[in-house]
Design a protein around this ligand. Structure first.
Ligand code: RUB
Length: 315
């Protein structure tokens, strides 16, 4: 049985208990954690170092199952170490490559959010009323950037039960001077007639353009379609799942029932079953555009991005 360091265990728990949450931040935290692991031991050779880092990465991947950003960022980091290891370099040289790989991922990930903000803000017009769900750094960046361009924007924010991430979004946007209205998730249909555009983030994007995001996103997208309101998804390209190209499904995390009702109440009603899925799947036909750092893509065009990113398709 492998013993994991305090650094790894702390980071694993922070992600699992959602102290660290949101797909982008989860990915950056995982890579930062692996960067700390690099120098934790005096590895006798490259193989020992590689296997230690692989075990650490595989462990972190188990913290939350849905955000594809987590395995993608870890796999990308490990791949760079593997390539370095094949070059016959010394442990110290490989460790330097690994540190650089971690820094590059974190920098590129933050840069991607800014780029998404630049690209996405162009899709927002002066006077728009927006609706967002949950708490996405990318969606917030798009809205904030449009606001900083002087566009007069109003934003409806769903509270996002059961963990109320909508409050984080509402506070972040209100602090930046935006006009914010916090609404219950169940009021989305009532207000949809007032909304010009829905903008959300993503935990994962499937090869067919379906978007996996906070539970309730698909309901909001369906309501938006009903009232001919456009739905935009703001997401970094490392949230696209290469495995879905081969028909794999994205696992939907199911969290503890006590997030829905207190344990004491549940204990009083032992016959009541509780389900608490943390995410849902919005089919591509409910999404108008996906805003990435590499540009705008209709959801059906995600397959082309996958081809570029992973060379998965025959050319
Ligand atoms: C967060 C959530 C966010 C995406 C995108 O869920 O669904 O919309 O992760 O966020 P949870 P970002 O709170 O359960 O982690 O754009 O910041 O990566």
């Amino acid at each position: 049985m492998v013993e994991f360091s305090d650094n790894l265990q702390k980071s694993f728990n922070n992600i699992k208990t959602m102290k660290v949450r949101g797909a982008g931040l989860i990915a950056r935290t995982a890579v930062e954690t692996l960067k700390v692991e690099i120098d934790r031991e005096n590895d006798r050779d490259v193989t020992a170092f590689l296997s230690r880092m692989t075990e650490a990465g595989e462990y972190l991947k188990l913290a939350r199952p849905t955000a594809v950003s987590l395995p993608n960022s870890i796999n990308n980091f490990l791949r760079q170490i593997q390539v370095g290891a094949k070059s016959g370099s010394s442990v110290e040289e490989i460790k330097a490559i690994s540190r650089k790989a971690a820094d590059m991922f974190i920098e590129a990930s933050l840069e991607a959010i800014k780029k998404i903000g630049e690209i996405g803000s162009k899709r927002i017009s002066d006077g728009d009323v927006l609706l967002t769900h949950c708490n996405s750094q990318s969606a917030i960046e798009v809205i904030s950037m449009a606001h900083s361009q002087g566009k007069n924007i109003k934003v409806f924010v769903t509270e996002t039960r059961p963990r109320y991430q909508g409050r984080l979004t509402a506070a972040a946007l209100a602090d930046r001077g935006l006009d914010i209205t916090l609404i219950p998730d169940s009021a989305a249909r009532l207000y949809m007639t007032k909304i010009d555009k829905v903008i959300v983030g993503a935990d994962a994007i499937a090869a067919n353009g379906a978007v996996i995001n906070k539970i309730g996103t698909s309901q909001i997208a369906a309501i938006a379609k009903e009232s001919r309101t456009r739905v935009m998804v703001a997401a970094e390209t490392y949230k696209i799942s290469p495995q879905t190209f081969l028909g794999e499904l994205i696992e939907i995390e199911e969290r503890d029932g006590s997030e829905i009702a207190p344990k004491e109440w549940l204990n009083l009603h032992p016959n009541i079953k509780v389900r608490n899925p943390a995410f849902d799947v919005t089919p591509s036909e409910y999404i108008d555009i996906i805003i990435t750092e590499m540009g705008l893509f209709p959801p059906q065009g995600i397959i082309l991005l996958l081809k570029d990113l992973y060379s998965l398709l025959p050319s």
